[in-house]
Design a protein around this ligand. Sequence first.
Ligand SMILES: Cc1ncc(C[n+]2csc(CCOP(=O)(O)OP(=O)(O)O)c2C)c(N)n1
Length: 321
Amino acid sequence: MEKIVYSKEQARELYEKMATIRYFEACIKHDSLAGEIPGFVHLYIGEEAIATGVCAALRQDDMIESTHRGHGHCIAKGADVNRMMAEIYGKETGLCQGRGGSMHIADFSIGMLGANGVVGGGYNLAAGAALANKAVLKNDKVSVVFFGDGASNRGTFHEAMNVASAWKLPVIFVNEMNCWASTTPYRATCNVENISDRAKGYHIPGVIVDGQDVFAVYEAAKAAVERARSGEGPTLIEAKTYRIEGHFVGDPELYRKKEETLKIFQDTDPLRIFRQKKILPDAECNEIEARCEEAIRKAKEYALSCSYPDAESFMKYVYVD
Ligand SMILES: Cc1ncc(C[n+]2csc(CCOP(=O)(O)OP(=O)(O)O)c2C)c(N)n1
């Protein structure tokens, strides 16, 4: 593969996206623990390089299908953080008028088809979007489905991979191999060492990438996007990462040792790995982080200033007339 030389501007954009996700998640963690946010929230801290790298390889009109751990995907695809924050707070000004919350956030205007509370619920939506784009609308958009290692054991994974391969659909399967499915370690429920190995069964490329290195993720995604857009069909990308936070905010994590997780985070934090490459000086990374922190502070201020939907209108926007 040809070596990509990144401009400072590209590097800045990648760092800014990752830092925005990091500060967004830190804010959500704090507010959720304080009991200010309704419902469950699942954090993406430590996995920022995957959403950022993949979405950097997409056009705005390409589509993504997300998971229950979806804030990072949504930010990386370009969602407005004020309206995201308002959504998670359940406010009328949220991206889904406060009816969706963290696990059902969506923004069709940027191709973000939705987070999904159903584990493994995204594959067929992404494959369906790819089928519609290819066969009916006849455009060159591609779709991406993000999914966890636990979700890879759903039957829907195999159904979608099969049809995508058979019909050469422009869809990219991005596995976030964070080693845990709730309280269950990956190898307790699967005898295949790498999820990418399963691509062989569908005669499509299966690629492993370091999910902590935003540049490596971007390059793998770029190759998969080019393949999909040119009509050659799907790719399965397995991004190796680790779930740093509990399964959900408030998870007592009795099934693993916090010190081990923190050690892994120290060694693999994608923001730190980016800085170690010295593409941008530390002072510039600090400035970017300060800007992101401020943007998230303002997003929270905005969310708090907005109103909840009227109780009588709770069914509005839930069904199409
Ligand atoms: C169909 C379905 N089964 C079970 C659940 C409960 N559940 C929510 S998240 C989760 C674990 C998912 O693990 P993984 O796919 O590895 O993603 P991660 O949470 O690690 O990002 C489970 C079992 C669900 N939401 N939907």
